[in-house]
Design a protein around this ligand. Structure first.
Ligand code: ADP
Ligand code: MG
Length: 253
């Protein structure tokens, strides 16, 4: 679905990560892990074509990302960022409806089919009761679900999310990851999210991308990266150990 070949990401002449090789598959939830500043957001932005690759290539459904028009990209890749949007007087429904803009144009009229897709996205994410609420009155978790509904309404086979579980309380984090996993499995979407919630990501993801401080991108199933020591190298330090069987951290006081 998405393939990175010898991809380098960065800004101008500043390379953040080099020679990344990996794939994202449809029907799978992939978690992108790694320390702060290692380049997770930069990678997601590069995959979404918000910024250019510095070397190598990204293929989307077999086509080089660079060959796709902005409109084609917006029909293939939905992006959910965590930055708070300054939107006033916009209801949750309006925000989800914005997901249809690649098809209708910004001022475009919604067709019956558009409305159907918006309603399905609202139902899938369980935000029906929030439909008429103003975006700025929603909690972080509620707003995050609205943004996921918007990405679903966009009807893209691929959805990329930058730290969708940040700022959420524990039950909301679990609910968010379960929702994304269900969408990947039931709707055959290719979903990739960055997160610092390591234990949860390992327990709920089909695949893990671990950006290591060394610059290497380790990829595999949670089981594979747990047993080959990659996860332990990332999280273990004095007094903190990783149990590769249960995917949990043990912290000594
Ligand atoms: P992560 O999301 O893993 O915390 P980022 O992708 O945000 O990491 O950042 C990776 C590196 O790129 C950091 O060294 C950061 O300072 C740098 N960086 C981020 N944004 C920019 C930018 N707009 N211009 C230049 N460097 C940037
Ligand atoms: Mg980031």
């Amino acid at each position: 679905m998405i393939e990175l070949r010898h991809l380098s990401t960065g800004y101008g002449t500043h390379i953040v990560a080099a020679d990344l090789n990996a794939r994202l598959k449809e029907g799978e939830l992939t978690s992108l892990l790694g320390p702060n500043g290692v380049g997770k957001s930069t990678l997601l932005r590069t995959l979404a074509a918000f910024q250019p690759a510095l070397a190598g290539e990204v293929f989307v459904q077999g086509q080089p990302l660079g060959d796709l028009s902005a409109s084609e990209i917006s029909q293939k890749i939905g992006v959910v960022l965590t930055e708070r949007l300054d939107v006033r007087n916009m209801t949750a429904y309006d925000m989800v409806a914005m997901g249809r803009s690649p098809y209708t144009g910004f001022w475009g009229r919604l067709t019956d089919e558009d409305r159907q897709l918006i309603n399905e996205a609202i139902e899938q994410t369980g935000i029906g009761p929030l439909r008429e609420r103003s975006i700025q009155t929603l909690s972080d978790g509620e707003r995050q679900k609205v943004m996921i509904a918007k990405a679903l309404a966009q009807s893209t086979p691929i959805i990329l999310l930058d730290e969708p579980t940040a700022f959420l309380d524990f039950p909301s984090k679990v609910e968010m990851l379960r929702l994304l996993k269900r969408l990947a499995h039931e709707m055959n979407k290719c979903i990739c999210l960055s997160t610092h919630d390591v234990e949860m990501a390992l327990q709920l993801s089909d695949c893990v991308w671990l950006m290591e401080a060394s610059g290497r991108l380790a990829t595999g199933s949670p089981r594979e990266l747990a047993s080959d020591g990659s996860i332990a190298r990332f999280v273990s330090r004095e007094g903190v150990s990783f149990d590769a069987e249960s995917f949990t951290l043990r912290i000594e006081g």
